[in-house]
Design a protein around this ligand. Structure first.
Ligand SMILES: [Zn+2]
Length: 210
């Protein structure tokens, strides 16, 4: 028999379903909320309640948005000839924070990961190909289309596998679309001595004139 009141027990269970939250953190969070004023808890509950109802996936770029198409896709000042392909919606936020990228995005919502049964069909790769195909049709009608696809996947095994697959597919879909990858280099403050071979090789390959 548990000593915990049912409400607390259920809340702990819910917290435990969140990524990165183990039983200890879940318990700590649940007990913490007991001390939070009721109005604040109600706001919290309301935010959770409307989370799904008030968000949509943009039908073009698959980013999470309030409206479809999203504010980036429907912004005429964005460069419509460039698409940056990322794994997660949070990656879009990171690029937007730099203020240096003015093209469009495509969010895959994951990466190819055979060990966890995630193949190309489980993420939004085909939707990207559809966008490219549509643009190809547009171009034949002499309209501007996507000319460059920037692959911005994470630099791990899954990211590499995804980038390779997407590149192969893109070459099939379009003969004219340029495919580029982010230069992988050393993070600021990193010591060369401790960099692994892959990072150093990439940093060398991505070097620029100084
Ligand atoms: Zn969009």
């Amino acid at each position: 028999m548990t000593l915990l009141p049912k409400a607390l027990f259920r809340l702990i269970e819910s917290f435990q379903k969140l990524p990165g939250i183990g039983p200890k953190s879940a318990t700590r969070l649940a007990f913490y909320l007991l001390h939070v004023p009721v109005e604040e808890l109600e706001r919290f509950a309301e935010n959770l309640r409307v989370l799904k109802a008030s968000t949509v996936l943009c039908s073009l770029c698959k980013n999470v948005a309030e409206v479809d198409p999203c504010s980036v896709c429907s912004d005429p000042s964005r460069d419509q000839t460039m698409v940056c392909v990322v794994e997660q919606p949070t990656d879009v936020l990171s690029f937007e924070k730099t203020g240096k990228y003015h093209g469009l995005y495509h969010v895959l919502h994951g990466a190819i990961d055979p060990l966890n049964n995630i193949g190309p069909d489980e993420i939004y790769i085909e939707d990207l190909m559809k966008r490219i195909r549509n643009q190809e049709a547009c171009r034949q009608g002499r309209e501007s289309g996507i000319r460059e696809v920037i692959l911005a996947m994470n630099s791990n095994m899954e990211g590499e596998a995804t980038a390779m697959y997407v590149t192969k597919q893109l070459k099939v879909q379009s003969a004219t679309c340029k495919v580029t990858r982010l230069a992988h280099g050393l993070p600021m403050g990193a010591d060369i001595e401790y960099a692994d071979e892959v990072t150093l090789t990439r940093a060398l390959e991505g070097r620029r004139e100084y």
